[in-house]
Write a protein that binds this ligand. Structure first.
Ligand SMILES: [Zn+2]
Length: 298
């Protein structure tokens, strides 16, 4: 029998607008764009951003025993360090180690849009594919859940679409019923248009770090996933007993595989207060990751 690592799935609800930037500026509609999936062009949160923030927040809670393991450098690389074993390390006397928790990108599952029928959450067959299979509507049509009191035509932001049915009832565990009751299914192509047309675009002023005053000519715009967006991601957790760090089985005396899961979740818990991505100090980036611990397992 071959060993299969555990695959844990988590949902993430945006409590604030989320800006995970590409790290560069570009000319165009906004100065600071967010990361997108190649192919679909849909915004995502890269797994590296999730694991980086989780590492920092988990380390904040272990700092007495394993100081300095939070960031990119200065890892201790000890086999009993939950931070280094879970998230990996490089350049230590024990060499480099990939980390026993591997984070996928967070993908959009439901995207909130204003409509004549009130707030609705838009999704599409491609976004739902890891949960359920649904038939794809035509590009100009929607299927709505029964909480969306609208027949004839429905606007999603600026876009007017024909209501082809009110029988859409996506069964996605852990997603609040309030969201499922107001779900709207569109085609994959239409979903991409709706999301990219309804991102938050904000204008802000850069502050000169030297003077604390607004820098000259410093108005800039940035885009963000809106509050109430629903995303999901996966964390693949390998069992430490199949690994060696400096001739020792990692976490052998410190909780084993369960410690890896706990360490991941210690980090994720603080996403609701400290957030991910840039602009955390501007009231952005907080994500509630609800189904921690046993609930995270599929
Ligand atoms: Zn360490």
């Amino acid at each position: 029998m071959t060993y299969q690592p555990d695959k844990l799935r988590y949902f993430a609800f945006a409590l604030d607008p989320i800006h995970v930037g590409t790290g560069g500026y570009r000319l165009g509609r906004v100065d600071m764009t967010i990361v997108r999936e190649p192919g679909t062009n849909l915004p995502k949160i890269p797994g590296t951003s999730i694991s980086g923030a989780a590492r920092t927040y988990a380390a904040m809670q272990e700092n007495d025993k394993f100081p300095g393991c939070a960031g990119q450098g200065g890892h201790c690389g000890q086999p009993d360090c939950p931070i280094c074993v879970t998230f990996g390390f490089a350049g230590t006397q024990n060499g480099s180690f990939q980390g026993l928790a591997q984070f996928s990108d967070a993908r959009l599952l439901f995207f909130p849009v204003h409509s004549l029928a009130g707030p609705v959450w838009v999704t599409c067959p491609e976004a739902l594919k890891d949960f359920i299979t649904v038939a794809e509507p035509a590009d100009e049509q929607v299927r709505v859940a029964d909480g969306v009191q609208q027949s004839g035509r429905l606007n999603l932001g600026w876009l007017m679409l024909g209501v082809a049915g009110n029988d859409f009832a996506p069964q996605v565990p852990k997603v609040p019923q309030e969201i499922l009751n107001h779900a709207v299914l569109v085609s994959d192509k239409t979903f991409g248009h709706i999301v990219n047309d309804n991102l938050e675009v904000r204008t802000s002023v850069s502050i000169d770090p030297q003077t604390g005053a607004a820098a000259e000519g410093a108005l800039f715009t940035y885009e963000a996933l809106p509050r109430a967006s629903v995303l999901y991601f996966e964390v693949v957790v390998s069992d430490p007993k199949f690994y060696k760090i400096g001739n020792q089985t990692p976490l052998q005396n410190n909780g084993g595989k369960q410690k890896v899961v706990e360490t991941v979740e210690k980090g994720l818990t603080l996403f609701a207060s400290l957030g991910v991505g840039g602009m955390n100090t501007r009231g952005m980036g907080r994500l509630h990751v609800p189904n921690l611990s046993a609930g995270g397992a599929q």
